[in-house]
Structures are given as C-alpha cells and as structure tokens.
Write a protein that binds this ligand. Structure first.
Ligand SMILES: C[S@@+](CC[C@H](N)C(=O)[O-])C[C@H]1O[C@@H](n2cnc3c(N)ncnc32)[C@H](O)[C@@H]1O
Length: 335
C-alpha cells in the first residue's frame, strides 16, 4: 500500500510472512524505509512508496510511459465495469471464491484487475516491472500491496497464494514459457492460476507484426502521437460499414492493412493501439502450448477460458513437490 504522499506505510503481517530475500531466500523484516533480510542483510528500499525488488528494465519502457499517461483510464467506476467483465472473462474466477483469499497479480500495470479483486474482497499482492507507484497510488485505499519486481525473480515463498493471475503480461517478457512456469510453485495446494496470452490463431496480427518491427523502436512519445490517427480512422470504418454491398469488405481490408484497436471509447482506443505497437516483446501462443506448460508443472483441472488464449489450472491438493521441467537450461516449476 502507499499513502497519499507517496510514503511507504509498511506491510500487513500476512504479506510480510511470505516475502523472501532474492539473494538467500531468508525472511524479510520491515524498516521505516523498506525491507531488510534478517539472514544476509540485503536491503530492498521503498522508493516513492513502493518496495523495489527489481530495477526497471529498458525492454518494458513503453509500459512505464503508458501507465504514467493513462494512470486511471481503465479503472472501473460507477458508470463502467469493463475491467471487471474482462477479469471474469479472462480468468474464469468468481467473486465468491476470492473473498478473504491471498491473490497474486503478476504484471498488475496500473492496477485495474487488482482493483476488481479487492472489490471481490481478496487481499491482493501486485507486482510489476514498471511504474509500480501508479498501481500503488490507485490502490492506496485497498487491501493490496504493490511491489516492483520481475516475474523471473519473484520475492515470495513457495505455496503462498490461493489464486494467481497474469493477464496480458507474460507474452511481453523475453521468454513466455519460462515466465508461465515460474508461477505454479507459488500456489498453495488446491490453489488456482489463470493466464491470458495473445493468440497465435489470429491472422489479423500478421500486418501489425510487420509494422511492429519499426514501431517498437520508436520513442514512445512519437509513437503515441501516431496512435492518435486511429481516432479519425475509426470514423472512416463506421462510414464504410454503412455502405451497402462493398462497405464491410472495404472496412475489413482497411483493418487488415492498418490493424488498430476498435474500442468504442476514443481514449482506450489510443491506449490499446499504443499498447499493441509499442512493447519490445510480444509473442503469440496456442492453447496446446499453454496446456503443455501447465501440465509439465503438475497442474490439473485445466480449463479453456474465452477469449483466446486464456487457461486456468489448479495445483493438486497433495503436498508433493511439483515436477521440475527443463527449458533453456533453467529449472522451473519445482520448489
Ligand atoms: C499490457 S500490460 C498489462 C497490465 C495489466 N495486467 C492489465 O491488463 O492492465 C503488461 C505489463 O507487464 C509488465 N511486465 C513486462 N515484463 C515484466 C516482467 N518481467 N515482470 C513483471 N512485469 C512485467 C509491464 O510493465 C506491463 O505493466
């Protein structure tokens, strides 16, 4: 949590108990300005109200830019439940299951889904590599703790969380498979995980894959200005679609040539289009891949959730260690 002045107010006992030192896996103690490892003395400072377990990475710079600019755009309010609807659709989780549970949001961004989970009365721990102070500020009055951390080096004890979700994040890392596989061991026995990744079934992504070779190299400020072009282009689509016979085909051809967000809200449209073209890493995946990764980590009761590629799985109830799976020489899954 973060107070209104950006000071670090400290952590709830439930969260402190599951935190581990990245250097020696020892337990951490609270100090006025951050956390310190009782065993090896490594310090994790709180900067602008957020404890830092990782430095911000260049490859995710565009997210830092976008969350500072669109800090509250996607937060639900009295008139919109779009993030709550997306959270239900992409995780398959229900409010009654989350109440009173400890839930990890991997790549929480500005905190829109963590905000929903706290409304469902979960105690949320959110981590992100970039602009974590934005989420901390947005969730300052909630039952939530936000950390700046890297999914590949998470500061948590194994078997800590009742639920884990990661929505639209792991395909933006250098190795999506490895990122997925580091998470199941953090689940308590019987705990559930849901991930949502970009789909490799979608042929509409081909042109944008081509454009992204250039757009991801652009300074975020420049690309962001370019994304404003989708506002008039949306109106062009609306007009084309009203033309009998060939109108819809023309609109489809234009969408193929210039893939963009068709969000009905103009601000979301610019944000979504920037979010598509700016990130350095953006891999696409199939249900088969994610099922294989989950199965290799010993998860069971795997479920296909819509829209693609959303998959939910459960850690078996027994306390047996999860299987180790070897990819690129990195041992994953196992505790
Ligand atoms: C498209 S945003 C999604 C944010 C949020 N889940 C949502 O849907 O609003 C992807 C997020 O992943 C974060 N991210 C990328 N690589 C990461 C890593 N290695 N560890 C933690 N977060 C990472 C980015 O900083 C960014 O906030």
């Amino acid at each position: 949590m973060q107070d209104v002045k950006g000071r670090w107010p400290g952590l709830a006992d439930e969260v402190l108990a599951i935190l581990r030192c990245l250097a020696c896996r020892g337990g951490l103690g609270q100090q006025i300005d951050g956390l310190v490892c009782a065993a090896c003395g490594t310090r994790y400072p709180a900067v602008n109200g957020v404890v830092r377990f990782a430095d911000e990475h260049n490859y995710a710079d565009s997210f830092g830019f976008q969350w500072k600019l669109y800090a509250r755009t996607q937060l639900d309010d009295a008139t919109s439940h779009r993030s709550e609807n997306a959270f239900r659709q992409r995780t398959g989780f229900r409010p009654e299951d989350q109440a009173g549970k400890l839930v990890l949001d991997v790549g929480c961004g500005m905190g829109r889904f963590a905000e929903v989970a706290t409304r469902w009365r979960a105690h949320v721990v959110g981590i992100d590599l970039m602009a974590s102070e934005v989420a901390a500020q947005n969730l300052s009055d909630r039952n939530a703790a936000i950390f700046q951390a890297d999914v590949f080096q998470l500061p948590f004890a194994t078997a800590s969380f009742d639920f884990i979700y990661s929505l639209g994040v792991l395909h933006h890392t250098p190795d999506c498979e490895q990122a997925v596989k580091v998470l199941p061991k953090l689940l308590k026995p019987g705990g559930r995980i849901a991930v949502w990744l970009y789909s490799s079934y979608n042929p509409w992504y081909r042109m944008s894959d081509l454009y992204r070779k250039f757009t991801r190299r652009m300074p975020p400020q420049v690309l962001h200005k370019l994304c404003y072009a989708v506002i008039p282009l949306y109106a062009v689509h609306q007009v084309l679609r009203k033309i009998p016979l060939l109108g819809k085909t023309a609109s489809g051809a234009l969408a193929w040539l210039v893939p963009m967000s068709f969000n009905t809200d103009a601000t979301w449209r610019v944000l979504d289009t920037f979010d598509w073209y700016a990130p350095w890493h953006q891999s696409k995946h199939t249900y088969e891949e994610v099922f294989r990764w989950f199965e290799s980590c010993g998860l069971e009761d795997l479920r296909v959730i819509e829209p693609p590629i959303a998959v939910q799985g459960r850690r078996p109830l027994g306390r047996e260690p999860l299987p180790a799976s070897e990819t690129s020489g990195v041992q994953q899954c196992a505790e």
